[in-house]
Design a protein around this ligand. Structure first.
Ligand code: DX5
Ligand code: ZN
Length: 223
């Protein structure tokens, strides 16, 4: 079995008691904490920044924090997220004027860089940077909001991205973000993903442990 990771997006957590709710998700067996950063500029919504990331660390969250930057410009805030305890930092290449510089900046700050591609953003963005990144994040919804429907066309893109990763012979996580639930996680895994963002599917469920366990059971069946 692949080394699958489940990454609850805290966008759907209860912000009035964020630490406790995120702890509940990781105690339920989630692997990564997916941390959605929005600026009401690159995407039409506004969320949280490094202070909140650092607060989660102070609260005792020890899991990998996977920071998904939906902001423009990108670079200024990267050292702050590194300082706040981020592990992966992913960004949208359209939001950076100098993609290679942004990747290097993330690496220099001892975090793992990743590129995020929107549903209609081509994989060709990876051509000259795949050897320098640790994660490819494919959006399966348009970024900005939780609870949207998975865009089916992403499945083909996931397989294509998987081939690129295999060809690179590097360890690169293939994460998919948006509309993932118990009904579709198997086909997303079969297409080649190994890391699954799930916001509303986990945080809006009545029993986080049961939901995470059911997701893992589905992943165990993948050949
Ligand atoms: C969308 C965010 C996602 C989203 C996932 O812009 O990047 O992480 O919140 O939420 P669900 O799983 O509800 O689609
Ligand atoms: Zn996200």
């Amino acid at each position: 079995m692949k080394d699958y990771k489940i990454a609850p997006s805290i966008l759907s957590a209860d912000f009035s008691r964020l630490g406790e709710d995120v702890k509940k998700a990781v105690d339920a067996g989630a692997d990564f904490v997916h941390f959605d950063v929005m600026d009401n500029h690159y995407v039409p919504n506004l969320t949280i920044g490094p202070l909140v990331c650092s607060a989660l660390r102070s609260f005792g969250i020890k899991n990998i924090i996977d920071v998904h930057l939906m902001i423009k410009p990108v670079d200024r805030i990267i050292p702050d997220f590194a300082e706040a305890g981020a592990n992966y930092i992913t960004f949208h290449p359209e939001a950076s004027d100098h993609i290679d510089r942004t990747i290097k900046l993330i690496r220099e700050n001892n975090c793992m860089p990743g590129i995020v591609l929107n549903p209609a953003t081509p994989l060709s963005y990876l051509e000259h940077c795949i050897d320098d990144i640790d994660m490819i994040l494919l959006m399966s919804v348009n970024p900005g909001f939780p609870g949207q429907k998975f865009i089916e066309g992403t499945l083909k893109k996931i397989s294509q991205a998987r081939s690129l990763i295999d060809k690179s012979e590097r360890e690169i996580r293939l994460e998919v973000d948006g509309g993932i639930n118990l009904e579709n996680i198997s086909k997303i895994a079969k297409a080649g993903a190994d890391t699954f963002v799930a916001g509303s599917a986990i945080f809006n469920s009545n029993n986080y442990s049961e939901t995470v366990k059911s997701m893992r059971d589905k992943l165990k069946e993948i050949k």
